[in-house]
Design a protein around this ligand. Structure first.
Ligand SMILES: [Zn+2]
Length: 186
């Protein structure tokens, strides 16, 4: 077992330059740290459910949080889920991950849905459509934060291409750095 603290997360707001040239193989090089929650948000490819995915051991679309769990905490038994204490699906911070049976996993989801009402979990509240609306909106961050019920730092990060890039790339409003160094690979 490896202590996750041995590997410091990428400092907040810094997108590792390997991401831009598309050579990154290490999931850690494609995370940004959310200062409020401590989540390591994966900013590479996301699957339809919002989980980070990558190529791993020759397989495509392997969920990054499972890779990170195995890397830092140990093997995942067959049929067991890797769940998030933070409820942020693209978070890959091993300290936010725990093993659960499928039954525990859905119970956990139900509990979280109940407790998440009225809180401002920084990343998990927005749908992909809402993220795109925010990305292209000319309204000031503070106003958008009120409309969508998230912190204005979240709005600023979306607009600065620091989080949800895979989603905002669909908006047609292209950030210059995505055109450099070819297509990102994962
Ligand atoms: Zn987290």
């Amino acid at each position: 077992m490896v202590e996750s603290t041995l590997m410091a997360p990428i400092p907040h707001g810094i997108v590792y330059k390997e991401w831009m040239v598309g050579k990154a193989k290490d999931p850690l090089s494609r995370t940004v740290t959310c200062p409020e929650s401590g989540c390591w948000l994966f900013i590479g490819g996301l699957n339809a459910y919002g989980y980070g995915v990558m190529r791993h051991n020759g397989q495509r679309n392997v969920m990054v949080h499972r890779v990170m769990y195995e890397r830092f905490k140990g093997p995942i038994p067959d049929g067991i889920f890797v769940c998030h204490t933070c409820d942020v699906r693209n978070c890959v911070n091993p300290d936010h991950l725990f093993l659960g049976t499928p039954a525990e996993n859905s119970r956990d989801a139900v509990n979280k849905q109940r407790t998440a009402a009225g809180t401002d979990n920084p990343s998990s509240k927005l749908s992909e459509d809402q993220v795109i609306e925010i990305y292209v909106s000319p309204l000031p961050s503070r106003e958008l934060a009120e409309i969508y019920g998230v912190r204005s730092t979240v709005i600023q990060k979306i607009k600065a291409d620091q989080i949800w890039q895979r989603v905002t790339a669909k908006s047609g409003k292209t950030a210059f750095r995505r055109n450099r160094g070819g297509q990102p690979k994962y």
